[in-house]
Design a protein around this ligand. Sequence first.
Ligand code: COA
Length: 139
Amino acid sequence: MYTLRRYNAPGDTASIHKLDHSIFKCGSSKQELEKMLGWVIDEGFSPVGYLLYTRVDDKNLFLETIGVDPTWRGQGIGTELMNKIISKADDQEQNIHLYINKQHQGLVKFYELFGFTIKNKTCSKAYTSIAMYRPRVLK
Ligand SMILES: CC(C)(COP(=O)(O)OP(=O)(O)OC[C@H]1O[C@@H](n2cnc3c(N)ncnc32)[C@H](O)[C@@H]1OP(=O)(O)O)[C@@H](O)C(=O)NCCC(=O)NCCS
């Protein structure tokens, strides 16, 4: 049984840094993680999933990262985390932006499930990223 709670930097930084780096070859630095907001899913006292964002301005959030421990995937944890940022954005009439890098292109389908659409593709020899966003819902 898992529980969802708010991400609290700096107390959570070390454990989320460890999980983030076990999921991504090149994860966020501790300094970056300290500036982020979001939610964590714990199993007991150990985090098994997280979603972190930064606030660009009143109307725009940037989804920095979402990760679920491989042994916990496919059980709705990613959905629960996405629903948190979506309900926050909808409450405050905010757009959500994100980038996917070319190694994770399959994720376009994951984000489309939550109302994100492709904004543009940026390409260079060294790097390709896909920008997606979920437009704000006006009340
Ligand atoms: C993407 C991720 C967060 C999804 O977490 P999860 O807990 O497995 O997601 P859920 O169980 O809530 O799945 C929800 C839906 O998304 C789909 N989905 C999950 N991972 C997916 C992926 N990598 N690509 C495409 N679709 C995916 C599932 O099939 C499911 O669809 P369904 O409801 O039609 O069956 C998880 O796979 C992960 O941590 N991946 C590695 C990290 C990563 O790539 N993060 C994003 C880059 S910032």
